[in-house]
Design a protein around this ligand. Structure first.
Ligand SMILES: Cc1cc2nc3c(=O)[nH]c(=O)nc-3n(C[C@H](O)[C@H](O)[C@H](O)COP(=O)(O)O)c2cc1C
Length: 277
């Protein structure tokens, strides 16, 4: 009988230790809570937000303007220009999510006039993002991720602004693969990312490089300048080019960096992936 008691006690002790170990393990690997908060006028940024949602455990909320923009490009430009002249920002509906509940906020927006769309300026004025980790994501016609991230850093000095994700709206067919690569590379998703080398020094352009640049850029409605140098790196799915260009206007010394990708597929056409102004 005494032996049976000792055995029973030993078993209870082991079970208690095991459950304590599990509790500790739980505490050591806390699950981050993620909110995807985004504004989208014509659906491109919404598609990135929804793709993100399908990749991770997260809540999602769309930012809605009190007086929505029409969705027409010219009309939006005109309205924004008036708002900017008057120093106005568009009122947005109150957010339903309790931001304080979340550790990480994926903040999405289209690029407007080189930075985050103005409804995001309204959000920033009213939301309490202090101490939050903000992961910007955006869509654009040609670029603007880098400048919008800098503007977020200026306007949210008490938040931690992480590396952001951006994609041209004309390249949304590559959204899944580029977003997966971003999420893995930055530790938000498990998986293996291809090792990436940096672009090396800029070199003189060959005729073949010029052809790639013109194929990628000539049909874009806004000028990309004249390429003056190039650097390349090779990835599994193709070659990435970094062109430095100078303005074609003699009175303007502005330089741009134009990134182009030429995929390995047969008959693939070179496409620019972003412009950094
Ligand atoms: C008012 C306005 C300004 C814009 N400014 C820029 C810009 O400076 N740079 C750029 O690359 N794209 C610009 N765009 C294009 C948008 O960033 C692009 O169409 C975006 O993918 C739209 O996202 P959405 O469908 O989520 O609204 C602008 C669009 C609008 C309506």
């Amino acid at each position: 009988m005494k032996k049976l008691f000792i055995l029973l006690f030993a078993c209870m002790f082991i079970v208690a230790c095991e459950s304590k170990k599990k509790e500790v393990a739980k505490e050591e690997t806390p699950q981050n809570t993620v909110l995807i908060l985004y504004y989208s006028q014509t659906g491109a940024t919404a598609s990135v937000a929804n793709q993100l949602k399908s990749c991770m455990e997260a809540d999602i909320e769309e930012i809605i303007c009190e007086n929505p923009y029409s969705g027409d490009f010219e009309a939006t430009i005109e309205r924004c220009q008036k708002e900017r002249e008057n120093g106005d920002i568009p009122a947005i509906k109150p957010i339903k999510s309790d931001v304080q509940k979340y550790d990480i906020i994926f903040l999405g927006y289209p690029i407007w006039f080189g930075t985050y769309a103005s409804p995001i300026a309204s959000l920033i004025e009213n939301a309490h993002f202090e101490g939050k980790m903000i992961v910007p994501f955006c869509t654009f016609g040609s670029g603007g991720l880098e400048s919008s991230v800098e503007d977020l850093k200026t306007h949210l000095p008490k938040s931690v602004i992480m590396e952001g994700f951006g994609i041209r709206n004309a390249r949304l067919q590559y959204l899944q693969e580029e977003l997966d690569d971003f999420l893995i590379r930055n530790g938000y998703q498990q998986g293996e990312a291809e090792e990436l080398t940096d672009f090396k020094v800029q070199e003189e352009l060959s005729e073949a490089d010029k052809k790639v640049f013109h194929e990628a850029c000539d049909s874009y409605p806004y000028p990309m300048g004249t390429p003056t140098s190039v650097s390349k790196r090779y990835r599994k799915d193709g070659t990435e080019y970094r062109f430095i260009t100078r303005s074609t206007d003699d009175n303007n010394s502005a330089k741009m960096t134009v990134y182009v990708k030429l995929r390995n597929e047969k008959n693939a056409k070179a496409e620019f992936t972003k412009v950094v102004r």
